[in-house]
Design a protein around this ligand. Structure first.
Ligand SMILES: Nc1ncnc2c1ncn2[C@@H]1O[C@H](COP(=O)(O)OP(=O)(O)OP(=O)(O)O)[C@@H](O)[C@H]1O
Ligand SMILES: [Mg+2]
Length: 456
């Protein structure tokens, strides 16, 4: 019989002084702990991403500035936002009581003052590891219960290997208060994921308020988000509560976040940093306890590089990022999704359809699905309406030629749109460049340059 002892608790020790690290490593190792060391916040973050730890013992000061403790405090806030159950014990120099108070407020479980007393340090480490194990077990049970109860939880079908890490991440960060950025192409299910995160969080009984940030005129946006007071502008005949306040205690879902104009990015950043905002026309600060989930199909780091999106705002929003792969990279999900949509629509249209015939199944699997899950949903709905028999046939799906079908404008880049329009104009005038150029409002040479660029 093979027996194995329980795994040794793993501790991350961080300090910028090598002798401190060496002494702690020796002390904790002798007590049977597994130790990893780090000498900067960046190393700490990358270690935490790579491995699971049972506790972190971190110094508050690193080389960038060695007295204020700000680097350590920022790190602590970030760690707590990602996983509020992860125990962090901070180390400070004697006499920096204010720093200790600030650290405890940001979620540190305990503190150790340097030079430390070995017995006290070991007692704190042992107690905190035990406490957090109990806490995590309790929270996990609670989250699982909520998932099972499925109250208000949207259907999220994900059986493919590509979705496994996504599901794991949802289960892990769902219950926390971490801000989450959901990314992925059009129709990949970003809103479904946002709703799921909310539904399994402790905020589930409070509202999830949705804001389509691309949907407002610039002037309206601010008052939609933060509210306004009577008389703030001509149409403001009464006080109005903004979406931030409506979401108090719950979740605010900022959809299409890349569309927020620059001046509002600055305002949003301030709210996220301080938790405070003012209604338009008022100077009285309001507070709201809100978890932010945002979504985009844009490449935000590229938007940052291009100067269109604030990097500091991105950093606040993407404490955790969940990326949804396009449907073509998770083909195992196509049939379960199609079956789900078939049932849904058949019920809605009071139709006795029972499934797909083999050719329809094949067509579903072979289609590239540029519009992802939403396109699949619509294709099945259309087929349900057209179907004559009790099974859906490939003809009902009318997917053939899907590749050449008119592309959806919003799925294309500017260059792709241009290339598409150039091709269409050429086809319309049977390849006559002068006429095509005229129709496009271009000179002949400008059109030739484009033909060359797009290899036409
Ligand atoms: N994994 C899934 N399981 C079940 N239904 C899904 C899933 N993913 C998406 N859907 C359904 O597909 C449709 C599109 O999903 P959703 O609106 O969440 O996509 P999105 O990524 O927000 O799209 P967009 O970028 O266009 O806003 C919805 O009807 C949604 O219910
Ligand atoms: Mg959406």
């Amino acid at each position: 019989m093979v027996t194995s002892s329980p795994p040794r608790p793993r501790i991350l020790v961080a300090d910028d002084q090598p002798d401190v690290l060496a002494a702690l490593r020796l002390l904790l190792k002798t007590e049977g702990y597994e130790i990893e060391t780090a000498n900067s916040p960046a190393v700490i973050l990358s270690l935490l991403e790579a491995k699971n730890f049972d506790l972190a013992l971190i110094d508050l000061n690193y080389t960038r500035d060695t007295t204020s403790g700000q680097e350590g405090l920022d790190l602590l806030s970030r760690l707590q936002a990602v996983d509020g159950t992860f125990p962090v014990v901070v180390m400070t120099a004697w006499g920096s009581l204010e720093l200790v108070v600030d650290a405890m407020r940001r979620g540190a479980r305990d503190f150790i003052q340097k030079p430390w007393d070995n017995a006290r340090l070991l007692a704190i480490v042992r107690t905190q590891i035990e406490l957090s194990q109990a806490l995590r077990k309790g929270q996990r049970l609670e989250a699982e219960n909520r998932l099972l109860r499925a109250e208000g939880r949207p259907t999220l079908i994900a059986q493919s290997p590509a979705m496994k890490p996504v599901l794991d991440l949802i289960a892990r960060v769902g219950p926390s208060d971490a801000n989450v950025l959901v990314t992925g192409e059009h129709g990949t299910g970003k809103e479904v994921v946002a709703k799921t995160l909310h539904a399994i969080s402790a905020r589930a009984s409070k509202p999830m308020v949705v804001v389509n940030t691309g949907g407002f005129a610039e002037g309206v946006f601010e008052s939609e988000l933060f509210g306004h007071v009577k008389g703030a502008f001509t149409d403001a005949r009464a006080d109005r509560v903004g979406r931030f306040e409506l979401a108090d205690g719950g979740t605010l879902f900022l959809d299409e976040i890349a569309n927020v104009p620059p001046n509002l990015q600055a305002k949003l950043l301030r709210v996220l940093e301080t938790g405070e905002f003012e209604r338009v026309g008022s100077s009285k600060p309001c507070r709201a306890d809100v978890r932010i989930i945002s979504a985009t199909n844009a490449d935000l780091p590229a938007e940052v590089k291009a100067g269109r999106f604030r990097e500091d705002l991105l950093f606040r929003l993407n404490t955790v990022e969940i990326h949804l792969p396009p449907l073509r990279q998770r083909r195992e999900d196509i049939l379960p999704l199609a079956t789900h949509f078939l049932r849904q629509h058949a019920q809605r249209y009071r139709n006795r359809l029972s499934g797909f015939d083999p050719a329809a199944t094949q067509a579903l699997l072979e289609h590239p699905w540029p519009g992802n899950v939403r396109e699949l949903d619509h294709a099945v709905e259309r087929a349900v309406l057209l179907a004559q028999d009790e099974v859906l046939r490939s003809g009902d799906l009318s997917l053939r030629g899907g590749r050449e079908a008119t592309p959806r404008l919003e799925d294309l880049s500017l260059e792709e749109v241009e290339c598409y329009l150039v091709k269409k104009a050429l086809a319309r005038f049977q390849g006559n460049v002068s006429q095509a150029a005229k129709a496009l409002g271009l000179s002949r040479s400008a059109l030739y340059r484009r033909l060359e660029r797009y290899g036409l």
